[in-house]
Design a protein around this ligand. Structure first.
Ligand code: PNW
Length: 461
């Protein structure tokens, strides 16, 4: 990699957990194998116009059949940990009732392979593939889904609890609720703001109930949740801009952090959305359940928000922020990734610092961070200097946070493989490893070599 001579080497703590992450629907394929039933993504991706190019997860990276090769790639990169998700519809095809052993057996095979490779498994119980049968019964706006989730979590933990130390209940409840039920960009594609707010609560409740189920089965388990967080700032110090930042910070960050870590919903956010919901879905005891202590908090970080006050222009119909569709999203003018997301490594530092400063101490992990760029294979090689620079700068931000006292314990690159990037289909490539979807050939990118070197040296140099 180019030696600019401008940066100094930064060394990470000896026990820092280095990994990479994936999610079931994004990589597995084999959507009808061994008794798996449809998830909301199988159904949603078939709706015309829902996903770019009409792509679906039917084959994805065929990881269901190629997991051995994929674990071998993880070994070659020296990953210490691998974060993956379990597909609920493989384990409980209708979202309730007895476990489907054939579905569990797939993850058993993956865990065997990881164990042989000496790679620490990190299980996410829910990364958005809700059994369609539960959506048909009302989905996350329905309180019963939280109970069903806890039951499913207990099944998975009972089966794998002896071999898995790290458990994430939910990945990014903000995305599930707001993209799934408010702007409809993700499955199940509903545009019902009141239902989206009920989903927030039932997702968090599901997290709390699952956490307590896991603890009762193994008091020693390391249990937490992953949130996508983004430090949010105002375009100027004008009071109206500051208020816009307060609103978006409330909807994107505090609506999740406050109930989980402080045991209450933020009053200002509840007031902001009062015309949509009276929060009557909150029952006695729910906030105690939701705020039961966690052992770690996962943070997924991609970019930040810079916002300004409404200026009278029409509200954004695609906004993921209920009752804040009029807030203007202003860039900082920084270079963007292929997702159109501005690259702001300092934003990762600010996000970590915000959590550490404003909330009771909890070990933090960056459970996802990465970037899509327009990768190309040239002579069998995928050279991705932009992604190398992205990882380099964001890892330096992590190191600065640790030096400032933030209890950051590990980092997971998103993603191990190029994969099904939700509404963007296979167009957007986030992998350390390139996937040729015609042949399923895997080609580690330059960034994979870079990351392997970082792990081996335990430093960015
Ligand atoms: C995360 N947004 O999703 C997910 O956890 C991954 O599955 C996904 O592939 C990755 O980030 C890259 O997108 C997000 O609209 C999707 O702000 C959308 C948003 C944020 C995160």
């Amino acid at each position: 990699r180019p030696d600019t001579g401008l940066e100094t080497a930064v060394r990470f703590p000896a026990d820092f957990l280095w990994g990479a992450a994936t999610a079931s629907y994004q990589i597995e394929g084999a959507v009808t194998a061994d008794g798996r039933s449809p998830s909301i993504w199988d159904v949603f991706s078939r709706q015309p116009g829902a996903v770019a190019n009409g792509d679906t997860g039917d084959e994805a990276c065929d990881h269901y059949h190629r997991y051995r090769e994929d674990v071998a790639i993880m070994s070659s990169l020296g990953l210490r940990s691998y974060r993956f998700s379990v597909a609920w519809p493989r384990v409980q095809p209708t979202g309730r009732g007895p476990a489907n052993q054939a579905g569990l057996d797939f993850y058993k095979r993956v865990l065997d392979e990881l164990q042989n490779a000496g790679i620490e498994p990190w299980v996410t119980l829910y990364h958005w593939d809700l059994p369609q049968a539960l959506e048909d019964a009302g989905g996350w706006p329905n309180r019963d889904t939280a109970e069903r989730f806890a039951e499913y979590a207990a099944i998975v933990h009972k089966e794998f609890g002896d071999r898995v130390r790290f458990w994430t209940t939910l990945n990014e409840p903000w995305v599930s609720a707001m993209l799934g039920y408010h702007n409809g960009v993700h499955a199940p594609g509903r545009r019902e703001p009141a239902a989206a707010l009920a989903s927030v609560h039932h997702l968090l409740l599901g997290h709390g109930l699952a956490t307590s189920a896991l603890r009762s089965q193994d008091p020693g388990a390391t249990v937490g949740i992953t949130l996508n967080l983004a430090a949010t700032s105002a375009a100027t110090d004008a009071p109206a801009d500051l208020d816009a930042a307060r609103r978006i910070d409330g909807l994107a960050n505090r609506l999740y952090l406050d109930p989980l870590l402080l045991g209450r919903y933020p009053d200002d956010v509840v007031a902001d959305v009062a015309a949509l919901s009276d929060f009557s879905f909150v029952e006695d005891g729910d906030l105690e359940t939701i705020s039961a202590p966690i052992d770690m908090l996962g943070i997924n970080y991609y970019t930040t928000n810079v916002v300004a006050a409404p200026d009278g222009s029409p509200p954004d119909p695609g906004s993921p922020h209920p009752a804040a569709e009029d807030v203007r999203h202003i860039g900082r003018g920084a270079p963007k990734t292929a997702m159109g997301w501005e690259i702001d490594p300092d934003g990762l530092y600010r996000t970590l610092k915000m959590v550490a400063d404003k909330y009771p101490a909890v070990p933090l992990y960056v459970t996802e961070n990465g970037a899509a760029f327009d990768d190309e294979v040239v002579d069998g090689v995928v050279d991705d200097p932009d992604r190398v620079a992205y990882f380099d700068s964001h890892l330096r931000a992590c190191h600065r946070a640790i030096a400032a006292g933030v209890p950051l314990r590990g980092y997971f690159a998103w993603s191990l493989l190029d994969n099904f990037e939700w509404a963007f289909g296979y167009d957007k490539r986030f992998g350390l490893v390139f996937v040729d979807y015609r042949t399923q050939r895997r080609i580690p990118k330059t960034s994979a070599r870079f990351y392997a070197d970082v792990i081996a040296r335990n430093e960015v140099w």
